[in-house]
Design a protein around this ligand. Structure first.
Ligand code: AQP
Length: 332
């Protein structure tokens, strides 16, 4: 049996190049060596208010983007988290073995709760649900961006604690970060990570942005007070633009220096925009082809659920029995 991979993206906001370079592109690559489960984490998305009709539309949009990026539904399961009930069931069991102190240390919880007057319990429990997503599939590898590293460490701790309390039940997973592009920063503010939920038109490049919009956003990107690229003194804005180019173009550090040292910022931005436009063009064409086929996406999500649910249900059954929870004679 091949080792398993699990990862997910929230159907909130517009998928951006950070999501692609940090996670989605690695998912596509992992299909070669692993049995993969890719989850549209709608239960995570509702930790912030989502307009219901828009959430429904975003779930399909995300499924189409997974396919357009190169996820092959014949090899990998694409499904919605809320469609496989075991996710919430295991999340509760894991909540009961997770000390509150572990969750209070999560930087994403601290940052998100600092922005809100009233903090929902869902934001606090977010990493436990994420642990359930991963552990249900006995995933050995979890390809994510760097912002999820702390949550992955927590998942490992929860799995280890459960295993030591109740006997070996879960595979303890490893994080798979890309070597370049693990944390793409906001184009308007290169000290904050590019995020779907950030407000402002100059912040992110969405995977479905047209070439004119990409060019415009790129030309407005924050740089620094130098006139041209200097690899020794450059600020985070210029470093971020170079990272985007390097990640999309799969260039070595030497190639980057040879191509960009001494280049004026206006030319740098044009060149990065050109690379992003060229790389997104086939993905966008494929996306528009997929969404034009009525019923296709629902079929893909149904097949994904049928592949994911038996695996998840088996793990929940084992975890319940290890914990001593009641099992009736017949399943209804
Ligand atoms: N800027 C990023 N650079 C690299 N990888 C990133 N990821 C997210 N942002 C970057 C990775 O994308 C996957 C999906 O994450 P998500 O659905 O939480 O996306 P988001 O952009 O982080 O969305 P939100 O709604 O804006 O969430 P918050 O506000 O929580 O950041 C993950 O693998 C993530 O690492």
């Amino acid at each position: 049996m091949r080792a398993r991979v699990l990862s997910g993206i929230q159907p909130s906001g517009n998928l951006h190049i950070g999501n692609y370079l940090g996670a989605l592109r690695n998912w596509v690559r992992s299909q070669k060596d692993y049995e993969c489960f890719f989850c549209i984490v709608d239960l995570h998305a509702i930790t912030a208010y989502q307009e219901p009709a828009e959430l429904q539309a975003k779930i399909r949009e995300l499924a189409a983007l997974f396919l357009a990026a190169g996820i092959d539904p014949k090899q990998s399961a694409i499904f919605a988290q809320s469609d496989v009930h075991a996710h919430t069931e295991l999340a509760w069991m894991l909540t009961c073995v997770t000390p509150m102190g572990w969750l209070e240390r999560m930087t994403q919880f601290k940052a998100k709760s600092a922005k809100q007057e009233s903090v929902g319990d869902g934001i606090f429990q977010y990493p436990v649900l994420m642990a359930a997503d991963i552990l249900l599939y006995q995933a050995a590898i979890v390809p994510v961006g760097d912002d999820q590293s702390q949550h992955l460490e927590l998942t490992r701790d929860i799995a280890t604690r459960f295993n030591s309390l109740y006997g070996d039940t879960f595979v303890v997973p490893k994080t798979d970060l890309p070597s370049v592009g693990a944390r793409i920063m906001g184009l308007d503010d290169p000290t904050a990570k590019m995020s779907k939920s950030a407000i402002g038109s100059g912040h992110a490049i969405a995977l479905l942005d047209d070439p004119a919009k990409i060019q415009k956003t790129m030309m407005r990107a924050t740089t620094d007070s130098n006139p041209e690229v200097n690899f020794e003194t450059m600020g985070p804005g210029v470093a971020n633009l170079l990272t985007i180019y390097q990640a999309f173009g799969e260039k070595t550090n030497e190639e980057m220096r040879a191509e960009f040292a001494g280049m004026r910022y206006g030319d740098l931005k044009k060149r990065v925009a050109g690379m992003v436009i060229a790389k997104l063009e086939p993905l966008q064409a494929e996306y528009h082809r997929i969404v034009a086929e009525p019923g296709y996406l629902d079929g893909i999500l149904q097949e994904g659920k049928e592949r994911a649910a038996p695996v998840a249900n088996q793990t929940v059954a084992t975890a319940k029995s290890r914990m001593g929870l009641y099992k009736s004679l017949a399943t209804i």
